[in-house]
Design a protein around this ligand. Structure first.
Ligand code: AHG
Ligand code: MN
Ligand code: MN
Length: 342
């Protein structure tokens, strides 16, 4: 790998901005504030086994799932790090039912931030990688007024930047502002994110599939056929594939971004919209993966073109290497045709 000496996240963002003299610099400040929140959350995640922070708070979040203390810590930290900067007009978080207004004490900006503060949080106790996912839009309501729900409910294609932070064997900040996907690894000794992967391109086809196969029984017939197809032997098409499922979307997608592969959280007969949230998980990941040359759909429609109806809307997702995603779509379309014929 090429060695990048001291290309910090901050410096990289500024360099990128120099190519756009019309840019106001606000997006750079916003990303810088996000990276600061990421460092603080990373510290807390690393301390999780040492201090009395593990365990349920006893509350359920708005989705009826158990919430861990670190979810709330990360949610609060992001709001505290982001609301004073003057760059945002509104925020929304997976951990809060309604939109989050910017405190009246602070300047109102032109950007909108949506985030999943801690993704994969059921894995915390087992020391498995978790992450933070973020998505940034420009507001559509008039400037200098409080942001509104319609600023948050924009199509994914309107994102101006998106990214995630994976808290794993190291902490990595991955983002795109539309021009390439770049990853920065946190050097814990001096607390800087350093460029480690520039212009990441996801392989067009790979040998990894990632899904919770415990739900197999409830899946679409075409998807079942596709999984069986991946498990068959065929040297020419590189089968059988390997199955890799961490159960932390950030970690599963990060691996697939680097090695190639397909990640799926499909609809099933018990959950017709799948599990993952459009605004906090699917849109930002789709923006990143498409920017890296991959594909993301709900099986039929491009994720980024879905018209959001609700803040906490769930959608099925198939995301990753382009040819692999196209293949699962083909299997499902064929099964639908068979169903209508029979
Ligand atoms: P979160 O911790 O933000 O609620 O997200 C968990 C998500 C995602 O990270 C992961 O891909 C998926 O849930 C795993 O779900 P299953 O346990 O149903 O496989
Ligand atoms: Mn999540
Ligand atoms: Mn979460």
């Amino acid at each position: 790998m090429e060695q990048y000496k001291f290309m910090t996240l901050g410096r990289h963002i500024i360099e990128g901005e120099k190519m756009h003299p019309e840019a106001s610099g606000e997006l750079s400040y916003l990303l810088r504030d996000l990276s600061l929140a990421a460092k603080v959350i990373s510290l807390e995640v690393n301390k999780a086994g040492l201090v009395d922070i593990l365990g349920f708070t006893g509350d359920n979040n708005i989705h009826g799932e158990k919430v861990k203390k670190l979810d709330i810590y990360a949610h609060d930290m992001l709001i505290r790090a982001m609301d004073y900067g003057g760059h945002l007009c509104v925020m929304a978080s997976e951990e809060e039912e309604g939109i989050i207004h910017i405190s009246k004490k602070h300047k109102i900006g032109k950007y909108v931030l949506l985030f999943d503060p801690l993704d994969g949080s059921s894995n915390i106790d087992a020391n498995i990688s978790i992450g933070t996912i973020f998505s940034i839009y420009k507001r559509i309501t008039p400037e200098n007024t409080p942001g509104a729900m319609e600023d948050c409910l924009q199509q994914g294609i309107k994102q101006v930047a998106a990214g995630y932070v994976v808290y794993g064997s190291s902490t990595i900040f991955v983002y795109t502002a539309g021009q390439g996907v770049h990853a920065f690894t946190l050097d814990p000794s001096f607390g800087e994110f350093l460029l480690s992967h520039e212009n990441i391109q996801i392989p067009k086809k790979a040998k990894i599939y990632s899904a919770n196969e415990g739900n197999y029984l409830y899946w679409h017939k075409g998807l079942k056929k596709y999984i069986k197809y991946l498990q068959e032997e065929d040297k020419e098409t590189g089968r059988p594939y390997s199955s890799r499922y961490i159960g932390s979307m950030v970690a599963d997608i990060h691996r697939n971004l680097l090695y190639g592969g397909i990640f799926m959280y499909p609809a099933d007969s018990r959950h017709p919209n799948g599990k993952l949230r459009l605004m906090y998980e699917c849109n930002p990941m789709a923006f990143l993966i498409e920017s890296a040359g991959g594909r993301a759909t709900d099986g039929k429609q491009r994720i980024l073109e879905i018209n959001p109806e609700k803040l906490h809307q769930r959608v099925p997702i198939f995301i990753g290497s382009e040819e692999d995603v196209k293949m699962v779509e083909k299997f499902m379309a064929e099964a639908d045709v068979e169903k209508t014929v029979s």
